[in-house]
Design a protein around this ligand. Structure first.
Ligand code: HEM
Length: 384
């Protein structure tokens, strides 16, 4: 038994005797071959001269050891939100790291929030200053006691449908942006979260009433809002807003009102489209298509947007446009109520005093008198 074990150990020692030198020779041969085929920098032990601090390997790993692309470049592409291809129908899954989300957040929490607040506060301050200096714009000739129909029931329904829904949308929208700074400390987290959630639902649904109202106003009033030459005279005279003795020419709507009309319709349309894209995320590509169309005019805008970038642009645009429209509507609400004597009844009862009609819409009123649809005023008013 013991002699058998001794023989086997001796055989293994014999084998090791020729195996070891063979392996050693092989390793040396492989090493020498590799060394001969390596570039000079590898043999000398210095760094690759093509590698710089800014561009470590020009996007390529020498030797294609781990795939052709350098990790740094590859990571940079992922980090900058480059979209890859995916077989799933949900194409946004092609973006691994959406770093544009950080830019979006910074824009929204920075300039949009700050300048939006300044815009609204600035307009309110200007209106207060205007009221302090000018007071309520009076009816120059005083009330005559005779009235004329300015807006029908249908006109007023369309207006108040858009107006009330706009006010609800504005307050619930502003609460989403600023509520946590003002309302939350005042009413506490439970009430605030309840109000904000209810407000968000209201915002989603009331938006459709706003769209319906704007479409109605557009259909009812578009023919009165085509810009005409005399609108320039109205603008040059500042609409007579600074001096009651100055009367500027106007048909049913003056140049300022035409501006409000087009802003309400076109701004309302764009606000609605971006709002719908927010309600149904990743369904639309409005920005890519708009940018592609604008590029046809010689611009160089990024038309290839990822679904997430589309969504971010929608959100920023919706906020900016909402701030602009709120600012414009504040001025509109002011002049349609406290700012001008005799104006509100146009949208209240639908009737206005004939002196008011003649002072602010002389061409429209003159036509109504001519057609026998309005009583003549007591005053001779030289607005041309
Ligand atoms: C909530 C307060 C509002 C008040 C008190 C108000 C008041 C008025 C009044 C009195 C008029 C008639 C002016 C005239 O006879 O010439 C008017 C017209 C009009 N309103 Fe309003 N409005 C309000 C909100 C809105 C909103 C939110 C919108 C749009 C979304 C809007 C859009 C219009 C348009 C397009 C006109 C016709 C053009 C013009 O007069 O500027 N209004 N409004």
């Amino acid at each position: 038994m013991s002699s058998q074990r001794t023989q086997s150990v001796a055989r293994r020692q014999d084998a090791g005797g020729w195996l070891f030198p063979l392996l050693a020779t092989l390793i040396v041969a492989v090493f020498l071959t590799l060394a001969a085929s390596s570039p000079a920098w590898a043999q000398s032990g210095t760094a690759d001269p093509s590698v710089t601090a800014e561009q470590p390997t020009r996007g390529q790993i020498p030797g294609n050891a781990l795939g052709g692309t350098n990790d740094t470049e590859f990571w940079k592409m992922i980090r900058q939100g480059q979209s890859g291809t995916v077989s799933q129908p949900d194409k946004k899954l092609g973006v691994l790291v959406d770093s544009s989300g950080e830019n979006w957040r910074a824009i929204l929490n920075g300039p949009v929030k700050v300048y939006g607040a300044w815009l609204i506060l600035g307009v309110l301050a200007l209106l207060a200053l205007f009221y302090a200096l000018r007071g309520r714009v009076p009816v120059d000739g005083g009330f005559s006691g005779k009235t004329v129909e300015r807006f029908t029931t249908l006109d007023r329904f369309a207006h108040w449908l858009s107006a009330t829904s706009f006010v609800i949308l504005a307050f619930t929208g502003l609460n989403l942006v600023y509520g946590k700074y003002f309302l939350l400390p005042l009413i506490g987290p439970s009430a605030f979260s309840w109000i904000t959630q209810a407000g968000k639902y209201a915002h989603n649904f009331v938006a459709f009433a706003f769209m319906a109202g704007v479409i109605m106003m557009f259909l009812l009033w578009v023919r009165f809002n085509i810009p005409k030459k005399h609108d320039l005279t109205w603008l040059a005279k500042g609409g007579g807003i600074f001096d009651s003795k100055v009367h500027a020419p106007s048909e049913r709507f003056n140049a300022g009102q035409k501006g409000v009309f087009w802003l309400a319709c076109l701004g309302g349309l764009s606000l609605s489209m971006s709002g719908i894209a927010l309600l149904f995320p990743f369904e639309f590509g409005f920005f890519g298509k708009t940018f592609a169309a604008l590029n046809g005019l010689g611009l160089d805008l990024p038309a290839q947007l990822s679904p997430l970038q589309e969504q971010q642009l929608n959100q920023i645009w919706h906020s900016i446009l909402a701030f602009v429209l709120i600012a414009v509507m504040l001025a509109h609400v002011y002049i349609g109520s406290v700012g001008m004597q005799g104006a509100f009844s146009a949208m209240g009862s639908g009737q206005v005093d004939v002196n008011w009609a003649e002072e602010h819409h002389n061409m429209w009123y003159a036509r109504l008198v001519e057609e026998g649809r309005a009583p003549p005023s007591n005053q001779i008013h030289p607005a041309e």
